[in-house]
Design a protein around this ligand. Structure first.
Ligand code: SAM
Length: 268
């Protein structure tokens, strides 16, 4: 059987395939990334190359991680006209970004880019966080509702576990909104591009990631509950007060630094 060099397969829903076609949006993404000589660019889910080829035209070298085997051959063939493409045919959740960065030699922290499969966006974000020290920055297209949650501040209705976990480790900046018509097939919801820059590990105060995760998870487990009740498995009211928080406050009122202080103080 000969393999086609054209992208003939229909979009696969189970792989979250919504292919970008709006040139204006694609250029805005490339401008936001603004690749510089020596950068180590890695795109997650290149699909049919909507962002891949313009990035290659600008940067000449790019690594992509794609799970859909039907796309690998046409993508590799089409890329030849644009630059050097390294294709990793894998589920991105199994890719060790730290090892990938080290393959590039010293000082090769990765710059991740991707119009992510929306069904996997949170797992991909948390996977990237595990490798934050190996990542310089990330530019991702996600559902707008997810970007709103990622960047939300205390007091907002959408401030929650995702906001606190990501903001503790990264600076999160929403860049611009993208309407459904920019994709084929169009998704049902608006999308948005977000920039995330991992904080210098020396400035991240979280002393124990697992404890921090558990405190944030329980605090937001039932949003209506006070911290005293929501965190009853973790600590008592006195411990909450000792960390400078009000036991009768709700999680949505507590800033990121407050959760960090509380989790650290529970380590003894
Ligand atoms: N970048 C292309 C674009 O903007 O047109 C495609 C974006 S599409 C929303 C998501 C891409 O991620 C698809 O190419 C899909 O096959 C790929 N994908 C889905 N699940 C994946 C996984 N677990 N690992 C790597 N790639 C995945």
């Amino acid at each position: 059987m000969t393999r086609s060099t054209a992208f003939t397969e229909p979009a696969k829903k189970h792989l979250g395939q919504h292919f970008l076609h709006e040139r204006g949006i694609i250029s805005k993404i490339v401008q936001a990334v603004d690749p510089q000589p020596g950068d180590r660019l890695v795109e997650i889910g290149p699909g049919q190359g909507a962002i891949t080829f313009p990035l290659l035209d600008r940067h000449r070298e790019l690594t992509v991680i794609e799970f859909d085997r039907d796309l690998i051959f046409p993508l590799t063939e089409a890329a030849r006209a644009h630059g050097t493409l390294e294709v990793i045919h894998r589920d991105v959740l199994t890719v060790d970004f730290t090892a990938l960065a080290h393959n590039g030699g010293d000082n090769a922290r990765l710059r991740l880019v991707g119009n992510l499969p929306y069904n996997l966006s949170s797992p991909i974000l948390f996977h990237a966080l595990e490798h934050a020290a190996a990542i310089r920055d990330m530019h991702f297209m996600l559902q707008k509702e997810v970007v709103d949650r990622m960047a939300a501040a205390p007091g907002s209705k959408v401030y929650g576990r995702l906001s606190v976990m990501l903001q503790a480790y990264c600076q999160v900046t929403p860049l611009f909104t993208v309407p459904p018509g920019a994709f084929r097939p169009p998704p049902k919801v608006d999308s948005a591009v977000v920039r995330m820059v991992p904080r210098d590990p020396a400035t991240v105060d979280v002393r124990d990631h697992a404890k921090f995760e558990a405190v944030v998870r329980d605090a937001f487990g039932q949003r209506r509950k006070t911290l005293r009740n929501a965190l009853s498995q973790q600590c008592d009211a006195a411990a909450i007060e000792a960390a400078g928080l009000r036991p009768d406050a709700r999680a949505e009122q507590v800033e990121v630094a407050g959760f960090v202080r509380l989790a650290n103080s529970l380590l003894g």
